[in-house]
Design a protein around this ligand. Structure first.
Ligand code: GLY
Length: 569
């Protein structure tokens, strides 16, 4: 395994060998994403990206565009885009100042640590993932209001109107959206107390069908006209609480009235001469990303190759150790003393790799959390924005599972989240992403559940370089980690870095989940010989990112695994 300080000796030899090497057939050209002069939005849906870009054409800034994109996604991408969920926004202003907005859901006042256990303290299946009791108090609307109050430049009503028009006038379904709605129709109508008529199409949805969301349009109009009161009070709040009462849920009017999004200090760290700006708790994403990068920083990954056995082995061994830390140490800092700065010390993470063997996998059973010296279906969604002034916004927002808890609030037309499953509902019991946890992430009234969402911004030499993030539950952190290294270490452009095949390890289960054809047969055999277990996992994540090119133009990376699209000018 090559350590960075040896690379100076190795690189010239490598190039000498290359220059003497016989000509090899040229490879396929690297994919290149949309190139724009100065402004871009990359999101999970072409209509939402267009909404955001249009806002910036009207003179809105990146936060204005992000707010309009969040509301548009709630309409055109209802499986994950939302007003009934929550999320995180990381901001880097053109002057270099940074900020982070936490609009994560929280546990209802009537919630408690054993709320998903029966009288014998056994977990009641599906209770934390499907139906009314699975919902946390939604944060998205208050988050957008707070973002607008602090950073918005256009009128609030202008940011809501495109989403209202899409919901009221209807829009064309893509093929992926049509199949998602058909799966929902087949499997999840039973979660509702009243059939959400707008979602029902007896002969099934197909690409090109127009869908209308009149009730949602009305709710968005209330939010447009009354701000946070349009959601957390009055008609919408009453509909939400009535929905809870019909389905044995516990979110009350008081829960809604008390919900407050919070600005927090972003997690900031160095990786070589890059600055990493990401989300602090209640997300585990920023801390774990920094820990992963610090764990591998001293290795010459650029010389080791992309998705080769040595590179994958090194990255997986770091993932195994850092996810063990996540399970033990991370939770909502308003409720639990997370050793944040200790976990992000380079020496600590280098020491965590002391047991790393370049030839052999360390079984997860032999790995437990470190002891930092003390003085958190896969349907989240991410979008990245850069405006003409150079302000950058990275937003990951979620209902947790696809269509959240599957419940549509009758009369208001929006899905509720099933974010309560992101708590540790019983110590050591895996959540829907297989993640385990303990005391740090136990349920308490008004506590925010631990997240893996990792909206991130990267600077190089003090200048904006990249805006990046992805959905994918527990795989979010490792997808962001790989995408960043694809650019920083493997020299890829933004689209190529997003397209590149991914893999994931989360300590438990002790398995590397691998996208189909991510590794060639030699790499797979080498990894298995080192003791790794590999499992095919279809696709991992939907990364949407923007790279600032050396000439100042922007390259979008829109994930081909979904309908994701870049829009810019
Ligand atoms: N609901 C996925 C996450 O927040 O990590």
């Amino acid at each position: 395994m090559i350590r960075k300080h040896f690379v100076h000796f190795i690189v010239p030899v490598f190039f000498l060998v290359l220059s003497c090497a016989p000509e090899v057939p040229t490879e396929e050209p690297a994919p290149i994403g949309l190139i724009a002069d100065s402004a871009m939005v990359v999101s999970a849906h072409p209509l939402a990206s267009k909404v955001g870009a249009d806002i910036m054409k009207k003179g809105g800034n990146a936060v204005d565009a992000a707010i309009a994109t969040q509301f548009a996604l709630a309409v055109v991408y209802p499986a994950a885009g939302n007003i009934g969920g929550g999320g995180f926004m990381v901001i880097r202003n053109a002057d270099g100042s940074t900020d982070a907005l936490d609009y994560r859901e929280k546990a209802p006042l009537a919630g408690g640590r054993d709320m998903y256990l029966d009288e014998d303290k056994n977990v009641i299946e599906d209770l934390s993932t499907k139906g009314h009791l699975a919902a946390g108090v939604p944060g998205s609307v208050d988050g957008m209001v707070k973002a607008h109050e602090k950073y918005g430049s256009l009128a609030w009503s202008e940011l809501l109107q495109p989403a209202i028009d899409l919901a009221a006038d209807g829009f064309e379904l893509t093929e992926k959206e049509a199949s998602g709605l058909n799966r929902y129709q087949e499997n999840h109508m039973d979660a509702n107390t009243i059939t959400p008529e707008f979602l029902v199409k007896e002969d099934g949805w197909k690409a090109g069908d127009i869908i209308y969301m009149k009730e949602l349009a009305h709710t968005l109009e209330l939010i447009r006209d009354q701000g946070r009161e349009g959601f957390y009070a009055g008609e919408t709040a009453e509909n939400l609480v009535a929905e809870m009462e019909r389905g044995n849920g516990i979110i009350s009017l008081e829960d809604l009235a008390r919900y407050k999004a919070k600005f927090r200090t972003p997690v900031i760290s160095e990786y070589d001469n890059y600055k990493i700006i990401s989300m602090p708790p209640p997300s585990s994403g920023g801390i774990a990303l920094v820990q992963l990068l610090q764990s591998v920083e001293d290795f010459a990954i650029d010389g080791m190759g992309h998705n080769t056995a040595p590179t994958v082995h090194l990255m997986v061994e770091a993932e195994r150790r850092i996810y063990a830390d996540r399970a033990a140490h991370l939770g909502d800092m308003d409720f639990y003393p997370v050793p944040l700065s200790e976990l992000m010390q380079k020496e600590y993470n280098v020491a965590r790799m002391d047991s790393f063997d370049p030839e052999e996998a360390t079984p997860s059973l032999a790995v437990s959390e470190g002891k930092p010296a003390v003085a958190e279906s896969m349907e989240t969604t991410h979008f990245s924005v850069i405006d003409p002034a150079g302000n950058a916004v990275s937003v990951t927002t979620t209902l947790n599972g696809g269509f959240g808890n599957k419940v549509v609030v009758a009369g208001s037309g929006f899905f509720l989240n099933n974010e309560m499953d992101d708590f540790s509902i019983k110590p050591g019991y895996p959540n829907m992403f297989g993640l385990v946890g303990g005391e740090a992430n136990a349920i308490e009234p008004e506590k925010r559940m631990l997240s893996s969402m990792t909206p991130t911004i990267v600077e190089k030499d003090g200048k904006l370089l990249m805006v990046v993030g992805t959905p994918g539950g527990s795989t979010i952190i490792t997808s962001v980690y790989q995408t960043i290294l694809n650019v920083l270490e493997h020299g890829m452009g933004m689209q190529a870095a997003v397209d590149a095949k991914r893999f994931h390890h989360q300590w438990k289960p002790d398995t590397i989940f691998v996208e189909t054809n991510a590794f060639d047969s030699t790499t797979m055999q080498s990894l298995e010989a080192m003791g790794h277990k590999l499992m095919d996992r279809g696709s991992i994540g939907r990364v949407d990112a923007i790279l600032v090119l050396p000439d100042g133009r922007l390259e979008g990376g829109a994930d081909p695994r979904g309908d994701d699209a870049a829009a810019g000018f």
